[in-house]
Design a binder for this molecule. Structure first.
Ligand code: E4P
Length: 218
């Protein structure tokens, strides 16, 4: 399973990249705003900086909701670097834009996906990635992980090339569950990735090994 980091924070992106396990980055307009990045030129510049840090796929989201606007933005974003993936919302013009961008050879990430039907449509349009939002489904007292399982089953039956990118992940446990549910990619905050490292028995075991070594090598 690929690991993407879900942030526009450069320090966190650098830290994840330094770990040596990072496959890409996802951002969205809220994450860009959180870092105080505003204005078209600053936004494009920020994406360029991210692409310089991470060689893997970097999802950059369009703001337009009409076909022409999305296509214009997609062209500008795709020019930033070869590893840009244009993130397009699951709306009618979005599906049309994904189909056109696929025809033009520009990779896409279909975002804001909450049902198997939407995932089927994204795949049919040729999306490189489909992003089901696990945490937001759980917020509605529903089962986000079940959606990953269902999309994985349907994509497998249909021999879909679209990669399932489990998004809106808020815990280390959800990373493990995404892997077991059949996600191809998980995008999550840095602390959820680092949380995978932790186990008390690892700490106890290491302390014991070091103490025994010290005793024997006095
Ligand atoms: C990633 O592509 C999504 O934009 C992101 O995971 C959404 O996460 P959230 O529901 O925690 O805002």
């Amino acid at each position: 399973m690929k690991f993407f980091i879900d942030t526009a924070n450069l320090d966190q992106i650098r830290e994840a990249q330094d770990l040596g396990i990072l496959d890409g980055v996802t951002t969205n307009p809220s994450l860009m705003a959180k870092e105080g990045i505003s204005g078209k030129q600053n936004i494009l510049k920020h994406y360029k900086t991210i692409c310089d840090i991470v060689p893997g796929d970097v999802s950059a989201e369009v703001i337009s909701t009409d076909f022409d606007g999305m296509m214009k933005e997609a062209g500008e974003l795709a020019e930033i670097a070869p590893n840009i993936v244009v993130k397009i919302p699951m709306i009618k013009d979005g599906v049309k834009a994904i189909a056109k961008l696929t025809e033009l050879g520009i990779p896409t990430n279909c975002t804001l996906v909450f049902s198997v039907g939407q995932a089927i449509l994204a795949s049919k349009a040729g999306a490189t990635y489909v992003s089901p939002f696990i945490g937001r489904i759980d917020d509605m007292n529903w089962d986000g992980m079940q959606l990953i399982r269902e999309i994985a089953e349907v994509y497998s039956m249909q021999f879909s090339d679209t990669q399932i990118l489990a998004a809106s992940i808020r815990s280390s446990k959800a990373i493990v569950e995404s892997a077991a549910a059949g996600a191809d990619v998980v995008t999550c905050p840095l602390n959820s990735i680092l949380g995978l490292l932790k186990h008390p028995l690892t700490d106890i075991g290491l302390a014991q090994f070091l103490a025994d070594h010290k005793k024997a090598n006095k």
